[in-house]
Design a protein around this ligand. Structure first.
Ligand code: GDP
Ligand code: MG
Length: 376
């Protein structure tokens, strides 16, 4: 769906680009030959040359591709999928400790020795059901992903330290979660600290939470507050149980039978292994050999690795997985989709590269009727 430029308009009308530029200048607008024109202005310019113009945008490979991101139709193939959890909160309130502690205590106890996290997301099992934790490094990443249309999170765990209470970044995190329209569970953390007086401190924090619109269940509201300690491990099982309950309440579902779509969480270039991207599968099942477009990268998946670095053959909805085989490093927050046509995948990726290059050209400008009239 490429926009009309002065150049393409000139070709379509059989009029010299310079004549169009002169017309625009008479209208009070300086532009370059590569400037984008909105459809209305292009039609108006055509009229100036005594021609009637109707702009028809051809479907591109990218249009087809983007259709893969359309929400799934109600189908018999929908099955429950694991919830995807993001932990947010004020600095030093215990986000990293909580992620680590949950991983250490709950990831495959059968595995001997220490657990090493290979990718920025992992799964734990609770009641034999997986829960996915995404390690977004902070509020910016959370917001940046949302800005790119990637709402990967189903539930936000808001960590609030019991000795500190609601702080500026707590308020920010609440705003982000509300904007994303995801339920919030509060982890009232550091409950082990000796100076946390259970009556005054905690009711003070409940008051602060209620003031932010998060009325605790204990106070008759609807926000679950779980008291946790990453030092003693207290409350961690309760937290997982609460997350499971909320996930069930929301009936999170996906269709594992369709071609996979999802989001890139992080990506890098590895010497020897090429481009590695950690992606979260949202719909469908991703398999070795699939042709993937992710951001402006594309390729055939050479290998899939789970959160323990083990090579796997496929990954279903809500599974975080590392993929290799893309030709360029995609940006975190970019969506990916699987297609059965490598030529189309290349076309989409290359179209995006060209567009990114064009967009970064400073003199690139969009001329619209509106900003034209504003100048006059
Ligand atoms: P983050 O900035 O939110 O990721 O916080 P961290 O996980 O890095 O924790 C900040 C500090 O608080 C570290 O020194 C942790 O050891 C400490 N901490 C985290 N959780 C607890 C807890 O439950 N109890 C106590 N006493 N200290 C904690
Ligand atoms: Mg941290």
């Amino acid at each position: 769906d490429a926009p009309v430029t002065i150049r393409t308009l000139s070709e379509a009308l059989g009029v010299k680009a310079n004549d169009i530029l002169r017309k625009l200048m008479n209208m009070g607008q300086m532009a370059t030959i590569n400037a984008n024109l909105d459809d209305d202005l292009a039609a108006e310019l055509a009229l100036e040359f005594g021609m009637e113009l109707q702009v028809i945008h051809e479907r591109t490979a990218e249009d087809d591709f983007l259709e893969a991101f359309a929400p799934p139709v109600e189908s018999e193939n929908l099955l429950p999928r694991p919830p995807v959890i993001t932990i947010l909160g004020h600095v030093d309130h215990g986000k990293t400790s909580l992620l680590d502690r949950i991983r250490k205590s709950k990831v495959v106890q059968s595995e001997s020795g220490g657990i090493t996290q290979h990718i920025g997301a992992y799964q734990v099992e609770y009641n034999d059901k997986p829960i996915t934790f995404v390690d977004t490094p902070g509020h910016e990443a959370f917001t940046a992903m949302r800005a790119r249309g990637a709402n990967v999170t189903d539930i936000v765990v808001l960590v609030v330290a019991a000795d500190d209470g609601v702080m500026p970044q707590t308020v920010e995190a609440i705003a982000h979660a509300k904007a994303a329209n995801v339920p919030i569970v509060v982890a009232l953390n550091k409950i082990d600290l000796p100076n946390v007086d259970t009556t005054t401190n905690i009711s003070k924090i409940y008051g602060e939470l209620a003031q932010q619109g998060l009325n605790p269940v204990e106070w008759g509201g609807d926000v679950e507050v779980v008291k946790t300690s990453t030092v003693t491990g207290a409350g961690l099982t309760d937290l997982l149980a609460t997350l499971e309950t909320i996930a069930e309440l929301h009936e999170l579902k996906a269709d594992p039978t369709r071609p996979a779509t999802g989001t890139c969480l992080e990506a890098s270039l590895s010497e020897g292994r090429g481009v590695l991207a950690t992606v979260l599968v949202r719909e469908g099942t991703l398999r070795v050999g699939d042709i993937v477009v992710c951001g402006d990268g594309f390729g055939r998946i050479r290998a899939l690795f789970d959160d323990h670095g083990r090579s796997i053959e496929q990954a279903g909805p809500s599974f975080p997985v590392e993929i290799s085989g893309l030709d360029v490093v995609p940006t975190a927050g970019e969506n990916f989709a699987v297609t059965d046509d490598i030529a189309r995948a290349r076309e989409v990726a290359e179209t995006r590269r060209v567009r990114a290059r064009d967009a970064s050209q400073a003199e690139r400008q969009t001329v619209t009727l509106e900003n034209l009239y504003n100048r006059m």
